[in-house]
Design a protein around this ligand. Structure first.
Ligand SMILES: Cc1cc2nc3c(=O)[nH]c(=O)nc-3n(C[C@H](O)[C@H](O)[C@H](O)COP(=O)(O)O)c2cc1C
Length: 376
């Protein structure tokens, strides 16, 4: 498929990531909107992911040399222009007719890393064809190991440079917003990577279908297929690609990740979509960083809405961040151009903050840039 990007003009009224959100609402129907914007239950964690950043303050530094300042980042032997990735988000054709292909074009325009979901509505091979951005593949373990192995091998052959195994979703969260609109994948839209896999169906189960089962709501059925540490050790043997585990909040799990052969982790509460009243992801980051003690890279997601949020995450122990909903708001409003615009805004905000904080490079963005008032 060739993607033609029509000339989209971004109105000057869009100055921040938050400006895209109300416009995205106008572009999406209730079904897609509930899926994109909702979180688990009362959405306390979803809100906290964002408001927790507001409580963290910087302290500025002056007169430091800033010539040849840079946001370059090295991760897993790969060099990135900025410590920003597009998070894996399933079913992006719900938000834009070209879905993940348009997302990848936006990433390519800004040379930004993108993590493609197992549940993408465009196949991983097709996305790789249209993209010049560094691509990583997000893996949901399949009930059948052979299917999981095939996905990982296909990703390697298609040029994906890392596997991001998401391990925080044994079952889909209790997302009341989705339940209220009876969220469904519309006809004609499918999880393209799963087509033809042994023991799999590319038509995802409808969320809320558990309502109809007798007996235990979840145990013994959906959970039978959920992965364990044993599966991570198995995955390690299947591929030479770097493996990152996405969805770690507990420091003890970070240590187990190291022991299981993972090359990195992503501190994340899945954007507040899985279990409500988990802590804000940024609140969980410092203890995980202390447990990892620099032995592997830590990425972070959940609630990043400003370039300054990225610096706060770096200061608390992350090496890079991922952006979920805001990139998809921009995708809905302005396709690939919107995605590139969001990435550009984040970079500009980050660079402006670095200059006031006196950071010429990201390794200077450590805890010393954060304001911690003395205890009284
Ligand atoms: C609509 C939607 C779909 C998502 N699908 C996936 C997915 O397929 N795989 C995955 O690992 N995470 C998925 N996530 C979680 C994101 O990768 C990321 O952890 C989260 O969105 C970060 O929070 P933010 O939206 O506040 O940036 C999804 C998130 C959203 C909003």
């Amino acid at each position: 498929m060739t993607i033609s990007t029509p000339l989209v003009r971004i109105p000057p009224s869009i100055a921040s990531l938050g400006d895209y959100e109300p416009l995205a609402r106008e572009h999406l129907n209730d079904n897609a909107w509930a899926y994109l914007s909702g979180g688990a239950a009362d959405e306390i964690t979803l809100r906290e992911n964002i408001t927790a950043f507001d409580r963290i303050k910087f302290i500025s530094r002056v007169l430091r040399p800033l010539n040849s300042a840079s946001t370059q980042t090295r991760l897993l032997g790969q060099t990135f222009e900025a410590p920003i990735f597009l998070a894996p988000v399933a079913h992006q054709k719900l938000f834009h007719p070209h879905g993940e292909s348009a997302m990848a074009l936006g990433a390519s325009a800004m040379n930004t890393g993108m993590v493609l979901s197992t549940l993408s509505s465009v196949s991983m091979e097709e996305v790789a064809r249209v993209s010049s951005a560094p691509l990583w593949f997000q893996l949901y373990f399949q009930p059948n190991r052979e299917a999981t192995r095939i996905l990982v091998e296909r990703a390697r052959i298609a040029g994906y440079r890392a596997i991001v195994a998401t391990i925080d979703t044994p079952v889909s969260g209790m997302r009341n917003r989705e339940q209220r609109v009876q969220f469904h994948i519309p006809p004609g839209l499918e999880a393209a990577n799963l087509r033809g896999l042994p023991g799999n169906s590319s038509q995802q189960p409808v969320i809320g279908a558990w309502n109809a089962r007798p007996g235990s709501v979840l145990f013994g059925s959906a959970l039978d297929a959920s992965p364990t540490w044993e599966d991570i050790r198995w995955l390690r043997e299947q591929t030479s690609l770097p493996i990152l585990l996405k969805g770690i909040l507990h420091p003890a799990d970070a240590v187990l990740a190291l022991e299981s052969g993972a090359d990195g982790i992503i501190v994340s509460n899945h954007g507040g979509r899985n279990l409500d009243t988990l802590p804000a992801a940024i609140e969980a980051l410092p203890a995980v960083a202390a447990a990892v003690a620099g032995k592997m890279p830590i990425l972070f997601d959940g609630g990043i809405r400003r370039g300054t949020d990225i610096l706060k995450a770096l200061a608390l122990g992350a090496q890079a961040v991922l952006i979920g909903r805001p990139a998809n708001h921009a995708l809905a409003v302005a396709g690939a151009v919107g995605v590139a615009h969001v990435l550009k805004i984040l970079r500009a905000e980050m660079e402006a903050a670095m200059s006031v904080l006196g950071c010429a490079s990201l390794d200077q963005a450590d805890s010393s840039i954060l304001w911690s008032p003395p205890a009284r």
